[in-house]
Design a protein around this ligand. Structure first.
Ligand SMILES: Nc1ncnc2c1ncn2[C@@H]1O[C@H](COP(=O)(O)OP(=O)(O)O)[C@@H](O)[C@H]1O
Ligand SMILES: [Mg+2]
Length: 361
């Protein structure tokens, strides 16, 4: 089989490094060019060639990506960061390579927590009760109608941006005013019912409106949680695969609610409410969660699962026009109860409560 040439942007971030490693683990030969904004982190992934790109919001970003793709004869481009993926989804006609991304309209909805919430509500998918702030005084009203604590968060951004659980209106006001003093608009904040239950991620791959495969995992701990006010630091240090029909059903419906014909990778986040009902907090369209390719790598290298369990490989093949394999399970691709434990400079371990463990990195 001929070597396939791909370009990964944002290749130096943790998710990008994981994606490149997973693609390397494919039985098919890949030639991988990588690009990143950071002159430091671009040194980390195992690439065949390294490039620098300007920030996604600078005028020269698309031109530079297209230039690299052309020079490297990349047949396929995977933009790993959501911000870069949105820009390249808009500019797909300016690229010499294929992408496997949803439409810009769908991605914009996915990257705005308020628009997502409205779309999900409209389709009857469970979400947290949410208040939009028209004026700062609306914070008091939100506490009167939704109780306490409340979860203050930004509409845009990742990694729990500007999130804080607040016990009183005063705390919420201080938090919001602090950030408004640094240039964030009031309209960028929403206030939500606090969801106290399990924190769940669902990783999904779709083709022409059909779910190809998926699995769910519960996030159990975040690294550096004690030095973050919300305790959310983006990507978990401990997670466990869960197989739960209700979670699968809500997650699948949430993707269909933001995109009638999903195509590509969709990362869904859910948090359970006080009654144990999974509520969707985010449907990131076109996105690989940070550890999605790492789970795929572990699946083929350490769990003896078929090649398509390496979702980075499956995604590039589907995005290049190949047909989905016939035998792939739509749900619960990975084994229930398998943990992934990882931390900075400490490696990556698969573990089960019966004591079995295996080092991945
Ligand atoms: N209403 C909420 N109550 C409690 N925790 C929440 C709430 N909304 C989000 N979170 C937590 O914040 C994390 C990050 O939020 P998410 O919706 O995934 O957006 P992003 O990852 O883009 O910051 C979630 O995984 C969840 O743990
Ligand atoms: Mg998220």
């Amino acid at each position: 089989m001929a070597t396939k040439r791909v370009l990964v942007t944002g290749a130096g971030g943790i998710a990008g490094v994981n994606f490149v490693r997973a693609v390397r683990a494919s039985v098919r030969g890949y030639w991988i060019a990588g690009a990143d904004y950071s002159r430091y982190y671009i040194e980390l992934p195992d690439l065949d060639s390294r490039h620098r790109t300007p920030r996604h919001d600078s005028a020269g970003f698309v031109k530079r990506v297209a230039e690299i793709a052309r020079a490297e004869k990349a047949e396929f481009v995977h933009p790993q960061p959501s911000s870069e993926a949105l820009v390249l989804s808009r500019a797909r006609d300016d690229l010499p390579s294929r992408v496997f991304l949803p439409t810009p309209e769908v991605m914009e909805t996915g990257q705005d927590k308020l628009l997502t919430k409205e779309r999900l509500d409209g389709e009857g998918v469970p979400v947290a009760r949410t208040a939009q702030l028209k004026e700062i005084g609306d914070v008091e009203e939100a506490f009167s109608s939704m109780g306490r604590p409340l979860w203050v968060r930004a509409r845009h951004g990742a990694g729990g941006r500007l999130s804080l659980p607040c016990e009183t209106p005063r705390e919420a006001l201080h938090w919001i005013e602090l950030w408004m003093g640094r240039g964030t608009l009031l309209s960028e904040f929403i206030v939500q019912e606090f969801l106290p239950g399990r924190n769940i991620a669902m990783d999904t791959i779709w083709r022409d409106g059909r779910l190809v495969t998926s699995y769910c995992r519960e996030r159990i701990e975040y690294p550096f949680k004690h030095i973050s006010p919300s305790g959310i630091t983006g990507t978990p240090s401990v997670a466990r695969i869960v197989a739960d029909r209700k979670v699968n059903e809500v997650g699948e419906r949430s993707v269909k609610a933001v995109d009638k014909t999903p195509d590509g990778a969709y990362s869904v986040d859910m948090k359970e409410d006080a009654k144990g009902r999974p509520c969707v907090t985010e449907v990131d369209a076109g996105k690989f969660h940070t550890t999605m390719p790492l789970w795929g790598y572990a699946a083929v290298r350490h769990l003896g699962l078929p090649w398509y369990s390496n979702l980075a490989d499956l995604y590039i093949r589907l995005g290049s026009g190949e047909e989905p394999p016939g035998d792939v399970p739509r749900h619960d691709l990975l084994p229930d109860g398998c943990y992934m434990i990882r931390n900075m400079d400490s490696g990556v371990m698969l573990w089960r409560e019966d004591g079995w463990k295996e080092r991945v990195l």
